[in-house]
Design a protein around this ligand. Sequence first.
Ligand SMILES: Cc1cc2nc3c(=O)[nH]c(=O)nc-3n(C[C@H](O)[C@H](O)[C@H](O)COP(=O)(O)OP(=O)(O)OC[C@H]3O[C@@H](n4cnc5c(N)ncnc54)[C@H](O)[C@@H]3O)c2cc1C
Length: 475
Amino acid sequence: MSAAVTASAATGTDGLTSLPVRRPPVRAPRWWRDAVGAVTWLTMLVVVALWISGGGIQAMGTPAGALTSLGRLTGLVAADLLLVQVLLMARIPVVERVYGQDDLARRHRLVGFASFHLMLAHLVLVVIGYALTFRTDVFGEFWGLVVDAPGMLLALAGTLLLVMVVVLSVRAARRRLRYESWHLLHLYAYLGVGLAIPHQLWTGQDFLADPIATVYWWTLWAAAAGCLLVFRVGLPVYRSLVHDLRVSAVVHESPDVVSVWMQGRRLDRLPVAAGQFLTWRFLSGPGWTRGHPYSLSAAPTGDTLRITVKDLGDGSRALAAVKPGTRVLVEGPYGRLTAGVRTRRKVTLMAAGIGISPLRALLEDLAQAPGDVTLLYRARSTADLVLRHELDALAQRTGARVFYLVGPRLPGRPTWLPASAAGLSEVDGLRRLVPDIADHDVYLCGADAWMEAARRAVAAAGVPTAHIHQERFAW
Ligand SMILES: Cc1cc2nc3c(=O)[nH]c(=O)nc-3n(C[C@H](O)[C@H](O)[C@H](O)COP(=O)(O)OP(=O)(O)OC[C@H]3O[C@@H](n4cnc5c(N)ncnc54)[C@H](O)[C@@H]3O)c2cc1C
């Protein structure tokens, strides 16, 4: 892949070509993102075209006709967005690589709420439209539709499930639920979508009158279901069987942080890069069905993977007791916090707490000359500086600059700096450590509030958004 490096030089990444190449970073060409975006919009254009060719505009001659027709349109677009929703979370590698987890989770939320509101509009507009057309009362019309129209009872059940999922995804509600309970209930969204589809084909005017539309719609949904089966079930099962990962050692890095080393077969064939995460299931007893995402905390080798995990609850705590030989099932790799998104010679890695994990792997993996890479590692106390000895050794070997920013938080100020830097502004603190920060690619990982403060400082110091890369540890 040195060609890739040469290629990237062509796109203006200053000074990267002269560096020693470790492993060719995996890059997602820019046009992939445009293509995925274009396909998404295209599916929406198609459903609007279906509505127009199905007489959607002509039907708007009367108030009743207009309401019913707009009800059909909102229903079509809502269903199309539900489809996009399923594809966004189907872990399709090209989509994963283009957007990365944080952006995908953000789009998933956006598309989810948009499709939900359109679905409610669809329901209300169609019922009122029909009630006006048949001069009946709205509730009678609604009930009549539910019990008489084909597939409507299923659609109602599907709608109620989607209402439950959306209500529980509102942040205030979600905070009250254990992550596992929330995640399990969230999976009912698939059942909700599945129950809502049949009425579209059995009563949907846009499909009944047009076999091409019906074939198009079934094909889209079959493709979505296929992607789910292949990328969320097939591929993880295949990789878990082929690589046969087993725990080889558990190392206590600090009282509440452990590193888990794993060995497996042909890991050189696993398309994983430093900085990425996988979802892990340790077959070590009850709770093994619950997968947890952990980032690699060392650059992957041909036979070893390592994660470093802080005890934040029952799943992460249980890792301290995992025995060597324990089998491990994996989903992934996922995430874009890799050398592949780097386009500049200079790099700053900013980590807080256990967020050091993927950045320690990147520090090892990034192609660099002395002074090209700077690590800023924020922790409450020196005891919380996990993997410090490795970071120092890596700095020794690569010539990277490492700064440990230790101390309590500054009360009342959203900041990435320790209290000892109270006299400095967010940007001055940054420039003091990395004077040419504006010319760097910046990688961020840590708790949400800290990462937000760091991101604001980095942007204010002149780093363009395209050169700021981050991974959130909570979705
Ligand atoms: C992309 C990514 C990479 C991560 N990498 C690391 C790492 O390298 N080292 C590390 O110590 N931690 C990492 N985490 C955080 C880690 O996944 C959670 O701390 C862990 O799952 C907590 O589970 P628990 O059962 O111990 O605690 P719980 O009490 O069940 O959860 C504590 C919090 O962790 C989050 N969480 C729990 N389960 C999941 C899940 N399956 N998916 C997403 N979030 C969850 C929830 O926000 C929850 O509020 C990462 C998280 C993400 C999203």
